[in-house]
Design a protein around this ligand. Structure first.
Ligand code: ADP
Length: 456
């Protein structure tokens, strides 16, 4: 059974995948159609150019030879022995047009027709399509199809006679028309090939896009889901951490109320317990607030000059009492030269003190804790090394998580909430630094705080 949040995430993932697939599919279809149109257009232009160029060549070679008469059958046959003259037997040897187009295209691709001024057919190449319209139409560009579904594109140009009188005007007199045409079979075949590719390719690509979209939206949702789960875990942990001291505080208050009338002398120590528990709760809440403030990162970056020599010296002194009580040897090594970082002093105190407190807490009696301060490559390093119980390798990355404790019973006994290192890390990040750990079980741990050095 899926719970509500899983359902919500699944629905969001599906919606994300859908939008992604629609957007990508739409863009792909648009670009596919755009390319198709561009391809069709360029093919068409190439065809027209080719027809025009052949027509131009023929026109230029025909005109000077044209007979004065429009029905000069004998002359026509002399000039164009390859053409079939209307009402005369036709030989099927390669035509003039075929010779002109050899090397450009298939020999059967092009045909030629000659008309007189009145639009009567005079001659034609033997390979002209049978279904050509016999009526003359002087429109320059025409496209038509035959009954078999083949299409043709043809170009008509006017021919002028060069042998028709002596003056300039009669030189320009129209003699008839030259028609060059070609079959569009290869063009249509190419077109339908591209259409088939689009018809099968686009749905296939859409299916692939849908699968990719589903996988990618899964990847995109993963960090959100993880952070959501962490958030839920944090809420549960926080509630748990608050519940225990609150329950014991309420129990103490109840007992105090019950005993206050009969045994007034026990009230004072009980109130002390209440106060202790109240303080613990208030610390916990203050820590949680600090953490959430630091993690929101909304506050401006702290930039006051803070002398880390002072921080380390003060904290060593402050913790010497606790170290004494725990029988731990606490020493510090601070260079003479002052080392500064830009930051918030109270936060930096908190950052280092959490690490020192842990080192003392998790080091048995007669162990040692060494604090040192140094700079390396524009970074300030504060190291806290102890000879304590150590941290298992598998848990070294988790100890910085909120509420994480390696050994919860032991840690709880020492008063730890599991927030100390999370706060230290958040403060280090807030100061553009980091905190690292090296530890061996039973041999001790080395925590190093890295902060960018600053000269003021
Ligand atoms: P806590 O308040 O429990 O000390 P922290 O966040 O400060 O929480 O530390 C998390 C856990 O990391 C601790 O519970 C402890 O198990 C482990 N830890 C931290 N510092 C040390 C150390 N110096 N030596 C051994 N274990 C440590």
């Amino acid at each position: 059974m899926m719970n509500n949040s899983q359902l919500l995430f699944r629905r969001s993932r599906r919606r994300l995948a859908c939008w992604y697939a629609i957007a990508m599919g739409g863009l792909l279809s648009l670009s596919g159609l755009g390319m198709y149109r561009a391809l069709v257009r360029s093919n068409w232009i190439a065809i027209e150019r080719e027809i025009e160029s052949i027509a131009g060549t023929l026109h230029d070679s025909f005109e000077p030879m044209l007979p004065a008469n429009e029905r000069p059958t004998v002359l026509l046959q002399q000039i164009f022995p390859d053409l079939c003259v209307v009402e005369q037997p036709c030989n099927n040897s390669p035509t003039l047009i075929q010779r002109h187009t050899t090397g450009i295209s298939d020999r059967t691709t092009y045909y030629i027709r000659l008309f007189n001024q009145q639009g009567e057919l005079l001659a034609f190449s033997p390979n002209q399509p049978l279904s050509l319209p016999t009526d003359f139409n002087p429109t320059p560009w025409q496209t038509f199809g035959d009954k078999g579904g083949s299409r043709y594109h043809q170009f008509t140009t006017i021919l002028h006679s060069a042998h028709n009188g002596d003056n300039q005007a009669s030189n320009q007199r129209s003699w008839g028309y030259l028609q060059i045409g070609r079959t569009l079979a290869t063009y249509d075949a190419e077109l339908s090939r591209i259409q088939w590719i689009l018809a099968f390719g686009l749905p296939l690509m859409s299916a692939l896009i849908a699968v990719t979209a589903w996988a990618l939206s899964g990847l995109a949702m993963r960090p959100i889901y993880q952070s959501y789960q962490q958030q839920q875990q944090f809420t549960a942990n926080a509630a748990h951490e608050l519940r225990s001291p609150l329950a014991s505080l309420l129990a103490t208050v109840e007992a105090t109320l019950r005993l206050s009338s009969t045994q007034p002398q026990v009230v004072a120590p009980m109130l002390e317990t209440v106060e202790r528990q109240g303080r613990r709760l208030s610390h916990l809440i203050a820590d949680l607030l600090l953490l959430s403030r630091l993690e929101q990162d909304a506050s401006p970056k702290p930039d006051k000059p803070c002398c880390l020599n002072d921080v380390v010296a003060d904290l060593t002194e402050e913790f010497s009492e606790l170290a004494n009580v725990s029988k731990v040897d606490l020493t510090s090594q601070v260079p003479d030269a002052e080392i500064y970082v830009a930051g918030d002093e109270s936060q930096l105190y908190r950052l280092v003190s959490n690490v020192i407190a842990n080192a003392i807490q998790y080091t048995p009696a007669h162990g040692s804790v060494r604090i040192s301060l140094k700079t390396r490559d524009h970074m300030t390093l504060v190291s806290v090394e102890d000879s304590g119980i150590g941290i298992p390798l598998s848990e070294q990355s988790q100890i910085f998580e909120r509420f994480y404790r390696v050994n919860s019973d032991r840690s709880r006994k020492t008063g730890g909430t599991g927030l100390g290192l999370a706060i230290s890390q958040a403060i280090a990040h807030h100061h553009d630094g980091k905190i690292s750990v090296h530890s061996n079980i039973g041999q001790g741990s080395l925590f190093t705080i890295h902060l960018p050095s600053k000269t003021f």
